[in-house]
Design a protein around this ligand. Structure first.
Ligand SMILES: [Zn+2]
Length: 666
C-alpha cells in the first residue's frame, strides 16, 4: 500500500471521493530552495531547469511532485514513424513550438517559466542551506492556468492511481509561461500512452461553462508499453445497460440507468465514465446533466465526482476482475436540446449516459422511453412495446447483441414501415407526412440490404430506423439507426437539396453499410476508424456499381484518389483524427480524405489485386470470423495473408501505418 493511501485511510469513515479530488486541487508546497542546471527525464521528454527555485508539492503530508519557478526549456523526441507526419503537421500549423528533424527522430522544443510535476522523479539535489523566495502565489497562478484543461481531468487520474494502481509510473508535467502551455503525461492507467499536447482556449463566442476551458492540441501520442497494432484492453467493459428516460415537454428530464460492468485485467474500485456535465444549446445557454446519486447493487450510495464531462465513481471496495458488478445512476437535467428550437431532440453518440471509452462499450440494451405527446420516440433494437399512456408516448426496445453508440431520438415524426422477412425498415419524416419519399427510402433500404447480405451476412438488427434530421448534408449510423438529413426526403425539390442529393444514393448505401462496418465489426478506438468509414465507403461503391454501372464506380475511385493525394502528407490513416491546424476547413478535408478516401482507395487496390472472388471472400470472412467483436487492422492483414497466401505486411506498413501511397498493391 502506498504511503499516500495509508494517509487517506486516516480520514474518519474513510475519505469521500470529492475530498480527495479537492485535496489534489489544493496541494501545498514544502520549503523552496534554489536550483540551477538540472535535468529531469520522463519518457521521451527532457526538461532542463536553468535557474530558479523549486519546492516539493505535498498531499496529506507526503511529497507527490515538485513545483519550479524560474527559467527552463524542454525537448521532446518522437521516433514513432506512425505519427511522424501528423506531428509535423500539428507543430507547424497549430503551435508555436520549434521542430527539428534529426537522425533519431523529430525534436520538439520550447521554454517555460513554471513547472508542476506530479509523479515519481529522479532525486533532485538535496536541501540547500540557502532559502528561496516563497513560491505559493506562483504555484496558485500555475494551478489556475492549467485548471481549465478539459482534455483530461488530472485529479481523476490521480485518484485512480492511488486507489487502484499505486505503483504505476503515472506522471503529469505541466510547463507554463512559455510560448505555449504544454502538458506531458504518461498514462499507464487507462490509455496506455505517452502524450504531449499544448493547451488552447476556445475561439469566438463561447458558452459560460467554457469561458476558462482549454482543450488539448496533440503534438505526440505514442503507445506506452504496448504497440500500435494490438487491441488496447479497457479497464472494464460495459456489458449491459437498462435505460429509463422520462421526457416531459417542459422542465427537466429524468434518466435512470442500471449498468452491468465487467472489470477486466485487475481488481479495481475506481471507475471512470464519460458523461456530459454541461453542454451548450444554439443560444449559448448552458444545459446541465446532474447526477443525483450512484448506488451499488445493495442500494448503498456511492461517492462520485462529476466534472468536465467525466464521472468518477468509487465502489469503496475493489470489484473483482472477471466478475460483473451493477451500478445504478439517477440523472436529471435540461439535457434534451432542440436544435434551433425545432420539434425534436436527440441523445446521440456523445456521452449522455455514463459510458466508458469505445474499447469498453460492449453493451446489450434494454430501453424504456416516455415522451410527452405529440413527440414520439425512436430507439434501436427490437420493439417490445409502443403505446400511448395518458399524455405520454411510451416505447420499449431491446438490443440483444453487444453495441456501442446507443441513441434515443424523439420529435414530431410521421412513420412509414416496410417489412420483409425478419426485417422492419421504419422511415420517419420530420414535421410532416412525406409518404411517397418515405416509402421510397424504405424500399431503397431493403434493396441495399438485399445487395449486401450475400457478401456481408444477414442484416444484423431486426429493425432499422431511418430518421430525417432537419438539416442538410450528413448521415450518421448508430446501431439499427440512420440519421439522414432532409435532402434524402426532398430530391430535387430546390436548388440547395439538389446540390446535396447528388450523392444521396451513395450516402444512403454508406450509412446502411455501417450496420456491418461499425456494429458487427467495431472499432476499439479512433485509430481504427477506417474499419468503419473506409469499409462502409467501399461497400457503398459496390452498390453504386450495381445500381449505376462501372463508370459511376470508377468516378468514385477517382474521387478517392484525387482527395487522397491532397492529404497524404498530412498524416497516416490511424493518426488522421488528431489533425489540427488554424485552417479548420483544411483540417476537416484532410481528415476525411484519409479516414474515408485513402482507406477506400486501399480497398479498391486490394480488390483489383485479389479479384472478385477472393476479395468478397475476404469481406465475408472478416464479417463472419469477427462478428460482434472489435476489429483491428492487424487482423485485416492476417486474414488477407491467409486468403491470398501472400504477405501484405509491407503494403500496410507503407500505406496504412505510413503516410505514403503506393499506386499498386503488391
Ligand atoms: Zn460513415
Amino acid at each position: 500500500m502506498s504511503l499516500l493511501l495509508v494517509c487517506l485511510f486516516a480520514f474518519q469513515d474513510g475519505p469521500k471521493l470529492t475530498d480527495i479530488v479537492q485535496a489534489y486541487d489544493q496541494a501545498t508546497l514544502g520549503r523552496a530552495v534554489p536550483i540551477f542546471s538540472t535535468q529531469i527525464k520522463k519518457g521521451h521528454l527532457k526538461v532542463t531547469l536553468d535557474q530558479g527555485s523549486i519546492a516539493p508539492v505535498q498531499l496529506f503530508g507526503q511529497d507527490v511532485g515538485v513545483f519550479f519557478k524560474g527559467t527552463g526549456s524542454f525537448e521532446y523526441v518522437s521516433s514513432d514513424r506512425v505519427e511522424a507526419a501528423v506531428l509535423r503537421n500539428n507543430v507547424d500549423k497549430a503551435t508555436g513550438l520549434a521542430l527539428e528533424s534529426k537522425d533519431d527522430g523529430r525534436h520538439v522544443s520550447g521554454d517555460f517559466r513554471s513547472l508542476f510535476l506530479y509523479g515519481s522523479f529522479e532525486p533532485l539535489p538535496g536541501p540547500s542551506d540557502f532559502g528561496a523566495p516563497d513560491l505559493v502565489s506562483s504555484f496558485e497562478k500555475h494551478r489556475t492556468d492549467f485548471a481549465g484543461d478539459v482534455s483530461s481531468v488530472a485529479a481523476h487520474r490521480f485518484v485512480k492511481q492511488i486507489f487502484d494502481m499505486p505503483a504505476s509510473p503515472y506522471s503529469r508535467i505541466e510547463l507554463g509561461g512559455g510560448k505555449e502551455d504544454v502538458v506531458h503525461m504518461i498514462d499507464p492507467l487507462e490509455s496506455h500512452t505517452e502524450q504531449l499536447y499544448v493547451l488552447r482556449g476556445f475561439m469566438g463566442q463561447v458558452p459560460g461553462h467554457l469561458k476558462n476551458a482549454r482543450y488539448g492540441i496533440s503534438v505526440s501520442e505514442v503507445p506506452w508499453e504496448r504497440n500500435w497494432q494490438d487491441f488496447l484492453n479497457p479497464p472494464f467493459l460495459l456489458t449491459h445497460v437498462d435505460l429509463t428516460l422520462n421526457a416531459p415537454k417542459k422542465g427537466d428530464a429524468n434518466l435512470e440507468v442500471v449498468e452491468t460492468l465487467l472489470p477486466m485485467d485487475r481488481n479495481q474500485r475506481i471507475f471512470r465514465f464519460n458523461l456530459f456535465s454541461e453542454q451548450s444549446d444554439d443560444s449559448f445557454k448552458t444545459r446541465t446533466t446532474r447526477v443525483k446519486h450512484v448506488r451499488n447493487a445493495a442500494g448503498k450510495e456511492l461517492s462520485f465526482h462529476h466534472a468536465k464531462d467525466q464521472l468518477l465513481v468509487d465502489l469503496e471496495e475493489p470489484a473483482v476482475a472477471g466478475q460483473e458488478v451493477k451500478l445504478h445512476f439517477a440523472i436529471e437535467g435540461d439535457f434534451l436540446i432542440r436544435p434551433n428550437n425545432d420539434n425534436f431532440w436527440q441523445l446521440g453518440v456523445a456521452p449522455w449516459f455514463p459510458i466508458p471509452e469505445l474499447n469498453g462499450q460492449y453493451m446489450t440494451v434494454h430501453c424504456k422511453v416516455s415522451v410527452e405527446d405529440p413527440f414520439i420516440a425512436f430507439a434501436p433494437g427490437k420493439t417490445l412495446r409502443r403505446e400511448k399512456m395518458g399524455d405520454f408516448n411510451y416505447l420499449e426496445t431491446q438490443i440483444d447483441k453487444p453495441v456501442q453508440f446507443m441513441v434515443i431520438h424523439a420529435g414530431k415524426y410521421y412513420v412509414e414501415e416496410v417489412t420483409r422477412e425478419g426485417l422492419t425498415v421504419r422511415v420517419a419524416s420530420y414535421g410532416m407526412k412525406k409518404k411517397r419519399a418515405a416509402s421510397q427510402l424504405a424500399r431503397l433500404a431493403v434493396s441495399i440490404i438485399d445487395f449486401y447480405e450475400p457478401w456481408l451476412g444477414p442484416f444484423p438488427f431486426p429493425e432499422l430506423n431511418v430518421l430525417e434530421i432537419n438539416a442538410y448534408g450528413y448521415g450518421q449510423a448508430p446501431p439499427g439507426t440512420m440519421f439522414i438529413t432532409k435532402e434524402a426526403f426532398e430530391p430535387l425539390s430546390d436548388a440547395v437539396s439538389s446540390v446535396f442529393s447528388q450523392g444521396a444514393n451513395h450516402r444512403y448505401a454508406h450509412e446502411i453499410a455501417h450496420q456491418y462496418w461499425g456494429h458487427v465489426i467495431k472499432m476499439g478506438g479512433y485509430e481504427e476508424q477506417w474499419l468503419t468509414e473506409s469499409f462502409a465507403e467501399y461497400s457503398s461503391s459496390l452498390f453504386i456499381k450495381y445500381l449505376k454501372g462501372d463508370d459511376a464506380y470508377r468516378r468514385m475511385v477517382q474521387g478517392w484518389l484525387a482527395r487522397t493525394m491532397t492529404a497524404v502528407d498530412a498524416a497516416s490513416i490511424p493518426t488522421a483524427n488528431r489533425l489540427s491546424g488554424k485552417d479548420s476547413i483544411e483540417r476537416f478535408r484532410n481528415r476525411t480524405a484519409l479516414v474515408y478516401d485513402k482507406g477506400a482507395y486501399l480497398l479498391y487496390q486490394l480488390h483489383q489485386e485479389l479479384g472478385d472472388d477472393d476479395f468478397l471472400t475476404f469481406l465475408r470472412s472478416y464479417q463472419g470470423l469477427f462478428a460482434w467483436k472489435y476489429g483491428t487492422t492487424k487482423d485485416v492483414v492476417s486474414l488477407l495473408n491467409h486468403i491470398t497466401k501472400k504477405d501484405y505486411t509491407a503494403f500496410f506498413e507503407t500505406n496504412y501505418w505510413g503516410s505514403s501511397l503506393t499506386m499498386t498493391a503488391p
